[in-house]
Write a protein that binds this ligand. Structure first.
Ligand code: ASP
Length: 337
């Protein structure tokens, strides 16, 4: 019997670059706020991290080069489709997406619900441009590839590796405009950690995702917009959205998804006109109780539960494009995902 140990072939990880501050460039190294996002190509990002060679064999693709504030629905469709193609290939073991931090939580949740694979899919980003002193992108990229190359990350849904932490796409949100520990998963906390090549998960996600999700990425996205409730708000924006043919409205409500009386009537009229209305909260943590601060039964509205308004919009768009319109059926989806 041959007892010789074969050398370990590192996993093959696809790195899909979309832009963001991780690919940002400033005129001088001290500048961390005034820079252009999404201009440095994926090859240069990878060249900055020689240690990647000992973690994985990299297949790189430049999908886009944008500031993620400008993320489009068409790019979401392209990205999800490309991830599904790559994940179906035998020679790809995991996928990393470099992204801007601004809309990372929206893209991550969209992919969490629409990519059909148990292979690791990991997003990462940076708060400082690639040219900055103490740029955080290179280490975040190394850690993201390390997570994507880890067998522990399989079947955990779409993950976000950032600042040594691993978050679920379901719960993660950006909570700082400048700090390098900009991401949190309010209430639930991180899934685990990645440091110096060690990947450690401390919990798993319980809600369905990826292969257990019933959603597919849309070709024709329904118009779904977000409005907020605040002191002195009027119903003008709601009425204008309904007149423009909106299919769904997410309300970033006060507190437990409560809504100013001045928009409640406009939203009730919107529901009667066939618009799906979901109550989320602008607070940033906690959940919105069905029939709590407003009567969903009476208004025909849906509670977003623990999804923030931006993620609630993602789920509502996917649900509407899957043909689900009825408030009770939508509520079941919001309770499930
Ligand atoms: N505006 C940048 C973006 O989202 C911010 C970042 O990446 O940190 O692309």
């Amino acid at each position: 019997m041959n007892t010789q140990t074969l050398p370990r072939i590192p996993p093959r990880i696809a790195v899909l670059a979309t832009g963001g501050t991780i690919a940002g460039q400033a005129g001088d190294a001290a500048s961390t706020a005034g820079y252009k996002a999404g201009v440095v190509g994926v090859d240069k990002l990878l060249d900055a991290v020689p240690a990647l060679a000992s973690v994985a064999r990299i297949h790189a693709e430049q999908i886009a080069g944008i500031d993620s504030k400008d993320m489009s629905l068409a790019l979401w469709t392209t990205l999800a489709a490309r991830i599904n193609e790559l994940a179906a290939q035998d020679d790809i073991d995991g996928i990393v997406i470099t992204h801007g931090t601004d809309t990372l939580e929206e893209t991550a949740y969209l992919l969490h619900l629409t990519v059909k694979t148990t292979k690791p899919v990991v997003l990462t980003a940076a708060m400082r441009p690639s040219t900055a002193l103490s740029a955080d992108g290179p280490l975040n990229l190394l850690n993201a590839v390390t997570v994507a190359a880890s067998k522990h990350a399989a079947g955990q849904g779409v993950l976000v590796a950032f600042n040594n932490q691993i978050h679920s796409a379901r719960d993660v949100t950006k909570t700082s405009t400048y700090a390098v520990d900009a991401f949190r998963s309010p209430e639930t906390g991180v899934l685990g950690f990645v440091q110096d090549g060690r990947v450690e998960f401390q919990r798993t996600v319980t809600k369905p995702h990826t292969t257990a999700s019933e959603f597919a990425v849309a070709e024709n996205w329904p118009m779904v917009e977000i409005i907020a409730s605040y002191a002195g708000v009027s119903g003008v924006a709601v009425d204008a959205l309904v007149a423009a043919g909106v299919k769904g409205i997410v309300v970033a409500g006060t507190g437990n998804g409560s809504m100013h009386e001045s928009i409640t009537e406009a939203l009730s009229d919107a529901v009667k006109a066939g618009v799906a209305v979901v109550r989320a909260s602008r607070v940033g943590s906690g959940h919105v109780m069905r029939n709590g601060a407003a009567s969903d039964d009476a208004l025909g509205t849906v509670s977003a539960g623990t999804l923030n308004p931006y993620k609630a919009r993602v789920l509502l768009m996917l649900a509407l494009s899957a043909g689900v319109k009825d408030a009770a059926a939508l509520q079941r989806l919001f309770d499930t995902y």
